[in-house]
Ligand binder design. Structure first.
Ligand SMILES: Nc1nc2c(c(=O)[nH]1)N[C@H]1C(S)=C(S)[C@@H](COP(=O)(O)O)O[C@H]1N2
Ligand SMILES: [Mo]
Length: 327
């Protein structure tokens, strides 16, 4: 079947930018301390800001990478501006407008530690890692547990390739992942000491080696911006967005189910599995519908089981989807 993807973000801005985006832009302008009179003239600002973080990044010449047509979504793409200025990255603040603050993150040198139940523990620099994997582009849906959603072209490589490089021992059942948490100056959100830093997530080995599990290194044909998790983040699109951990510095293979950041914070609200399921409500809100970044929050569309990826992942959850949000 031929699916024509309407590239929403290639349309003129006026055709695709609804009210919320203008609100965001005003807030960005405010955050940058620019006089409101300049705001109207500064219409290029958010786009420039969005990709400011990738200037001079080594490996930038690897992009764009070939698109894998197998992973296509019959939905308009989210605009680069929306995807790079409406973010969750609590290390930089517990609100959506963290894109400017995130520019402080130093993404080189960037070494990833691979440890735990592996043949031999090792550390690998991101640019060395990029030479050892096959990069491709995949258009994926993303569904935050808060009910906003987006559709973006990620660049990266199948997580399975990283698992193979790591050479896990047969006893490894889970992979624990951590985000950098080294400097409160770099990441002001770390000062919020009630959060269980560092950010931690985990997958089973079966999930991590499923074809959908993707290690992201790029976005819209360029290196992934800092606010979206540079230089290495996860995309597991059948799960709520919080599973897709950003700015990863450590992967640990283990035989114990890792406790995640959000479980440590509120076990009754966020599960380990966290599979997208319209029938399982969050204790404080329904998950039956969602809204796309760029649309009005009141323009809801139905949430899809496993975010539409049941064909690829449902077999991982033999007890059924209803049981695969919590625990
Ligand atoms: N380290 C870290 N990773 C994180 C988060 C975070 O706060 N810190 N937020 C998660 C949540 S809740 C979502 S919805 C996605 C948002 O990714 P995006 O900003 O690229 O859309 O990142 C996820 N990864
Ligand atoms: Mo989220």
């Amino acid at each position: 079947m031929l699916i024509k993807v309407k590239r929403g973000w290639e349309l003129p801005e006026s055709a695709v930018t609804p009210e919320e985006v203008y609100v965001n832009r005003r807030e960005i302008v405010k955050a940058l301390g620019i006089a409101p009179a300049l705001a109207a003239a500064a219409s290029v600002l958010p786009a420039g800001l969005a990709f400011a973080s990738i200037d001079g990044v080594p490996s930038a010449d690897l992009y764009p990478v070939p698109r894998n047509r197998k992973y296509t979504v019959n939905r308009p793409l989210t605009t680069p501006r929306d995807a790079t200025t409406y973010n969750n990255f609590f290390e930089f603040g517990s609100h959506k407008q963290i894109s400017k603050a995130a520019q402080r993150l130093a993404i080189r040198p960037w070494n990833i530690k691979i440890g735990g139940l592996v043949e031999k523990e090792f550390e690998i620099g991101i640019d060395d890692l990029l030479k050892q994997v096959t990069l491709e582009e995949r258009v994926y849906r993303h569904r935050c547990v808060e009910a906003w959603a987006m559709t973006v072209p990620w660049s990266g490589f199948a997580m399975k390739q990283l698992v193979e490089l790591a050479k896990p021992l047969s006893g490894a059942k889970y992979i624990k992942m951590n985000t950098i948490a080294e400097s409160k100056d770099e990441m002001p959100g770390l000062r919020q000491s009630w959060y269980p830093w560092p950010y931690q997530e985990g997958l089973t080995m079966e999930e991590a080696t499923n074809e959908m599990a993707f290690m992201v290194t790029g976005l819209y044909g360029k290196p992934v911006p800092k606010q979206n998790g540079a230089p290495l983040r996860l995309a597991v699109p059948w799960k709520y967005g919080f599973k897709s951990i950003k700015s990863i510095i450590r992967l640990t293979f283990t035989d114990e189910k890792p406790k995640t950041f959000w479980q440590s914070l509120a076990e009754k609200e966020y599960g380990f599995w966290a599979n997208v399921n319209p029938a399982v409500a969050h204790p404080r809100w329904s998950q039956a519908t969602e809204w796309q970044l760029g649309a009005r929050q009141s323009d809801r569309v139905p949430t899809r089981l496993y975010n539409g990826y049941g064909e690829q992942v449902a077999h991982l959850y033999p007890k059924g989807a209803d049981e695969s949000y919590f625990r």
